[in-house]
Design a protein around this ligand. Structure first.
Ligand SMILES: [Fe+2]
Length: 447
């Protein structure tokens, strides 16, 4: 039944493209132009979809407005005539910006189903699809991190990812490189690339330009936190930044040092780490490598409990920023050592097979690792975050250790992860569309 719904939904979407193309030949921008003289027409300046609860039956929709009081959304299953009653959004401040975030969470949806939504009768109509109830048909996830040194680089990789119709984008931190800073803050490390809310405008513009398909399907994202979401980068760094308050373990402190992340991302929300369960077939753990929360202590205790409770789940993926097994930086960097000391034993204890880590601005895949050695029954660590950043040469930082590296390349890329039943397959694709690695090889037909 879900297969039928999914197939019908996709068919409907393609049919919609054909109708639009045949009728108007329009693209998103042309569609907007058609309404340029219509004062009642509304299209938000940005959109972001994510999940706070089960992605098979819910969707969280954020949209951004300037001087607008339109705060209702209507939705319907694609193919139906009638719209839902208007759903009123929760307003959320966009830090130091003239924009306001409007947030709605839709629940009780059908799995594997396309839904249309709009912001009143005179708005553009967008759509999304919920995740399927099971993995009888393949699910595709575009995985990456370190998104946007330059907006055009992010958009270029986005376009490659969108060629594969991903169900969602999974990001391991370092999003807009705003560093949690106020526009007037003088602590920008690179005056040529100011780090503040304009960075987020660029991120959201890239999203709108390239993560919304030609048939107006908005692709959801899930994103864990990275050092560039946080003033100072790491909770322990406040000694080096005497004008920042010291870490005190409160949510108030977290919102102070990472204001954009906690406003713009409904998930994982405070305290900055969490888990999203996809029915009973997948759990994605968005966790925090010392940015707004220490690796050790409460977060590690939480991780132990969450992994313990999900031992029957087929696919469990931690996604975090600073790698346990770096491809560029030193193996002995403090944060990396603490990921290996605190989290890797839990990953091994609960039999995980695949872990995503970022931050080093290169592509890497490790050998399977168990107990600090290469072992065919071990965990493969895939990273290292270069979706839209300058890349770094492999092993170019001091004390880098290569014993664990199976494949690596200084390339901007994303990882196309396909799940089908119990099987999984990854294709690593550069921003130019070149496949530079595949793992496991030909276990599942990729498309
Ligand atoms: Fe980073």
């Amino acid at each position: 039944m879900n297969f039928i719904k999914l197939t019908f939904g996709r068919f409907s979407a393609y049919l919609l493209i054909l109708i639009i193309a045949a009728g108007t030949g329009c693209s998103t921008s042309l569609h907007a132009q058609e309404h340029a003289d219509d004062p009642s027409f509304f299209d938000p300046v940005g959109l972001m979809l994510t999940w706070q609860q089960d992605p098979t039956t819910t969707m969280t929709i954020d949209w951004y407005v300037v001087d607008e009081d339109r705060d209702v959304l209507e939705f319907r299953e694609m193919g139906e005539d009638d719209w839902s009653s208007p759903v009123t959004a929760e307003p959320i401040p966009f830090p130091w910006s003239e924009r306001t975030i409007k947030r709605v969470e839709l629940t009780g949806l059908n799995p594997g189903t396309y839904y249309e939504f709009r912001f009143g009768p005179s708005s553009k109509i967008y759509n999304f699809r919920t995740m399927p109830a099971d993995l009888r048909n393949p699910v595709r996830i575009a995985v990456g991190g370190d998104m946007m040194h330059r907006q055009d680089w992010m958009e270029k990789t986005n376009r490659q990812a969108m060629k594969h119709d991903p169900d969602f984008i999974l990001i391991g931190g370092d999003l807009a490189y705003a560093d949690g800073l106020h526009p007037d803050d003088q602590r920008h490390r690179n005056p040529q690339r100011p780090r503040h809310h304009n960075q987020w405008y660029g991120f959201l513009e890239a999203y709108k330009n390239t993560l919304i398909s030609e048939d107006y399907r908005v692709v959801p994202i899930l994103a864990s936190i990275g050092n560039h979401e946080v003033r100072g980068g790491y909770y322990w760094r406040d000694e080096r930044r005497p004008d920042d308050p010291p870490y005190d373990g409160t949510d108030e402190w977290r919102k102070l040092v990472a204001p954009y992340y906690f406003s713009l991302f409904a998930s994982p929300g405070l305290p900055g780490y969490g888990v999203i369960d996809f029915a009973d077939y997948m759990s994605v753990l968005l966790i925090d490598t010392d940015h707004a929360n220490p690796i050790d202590g409460e977060q590690t205790e939480w991780l132990d409990r969450v992994l313990s409770e999900r031992q029957g789940v087929q696919h469990v993926f931690p996604v975090y920023h600073v790698p346990a097994y770096p491809s560029v930086r030193s193996y002995n960097d403090d944060t990396m050592v603490r990921v290996r000391e605190n989290w890797v034993p839990l990953f091994e204890k609960y039999g995980l097979e695949l872990v995503f880590e970022k931050h080093d601005h290169a592509y890497k895949r490790t050998h399977p690792i168990l107990n600090g050695e290469i072992n065919p029954n071990g965990i493969v660590y895939v990273g290292d975050g270069a979706w839209g950043t300058e890349t770094r040469e492999i092993g170019s930082r001091q004390d880098y250790d290569a014993w664990y590296i199976a494949e690596a390349a200084a390339e901007r890329h994303f990882i196309l992860l396909t799940l089908h039943g119990t099987q999984r397959h990854m294709k690593m694709i550069t921003s130019k569309g070149k496949v530079i690695d595949e793992y496991p090889r030909l276990l599942v037909p990729a498309q």
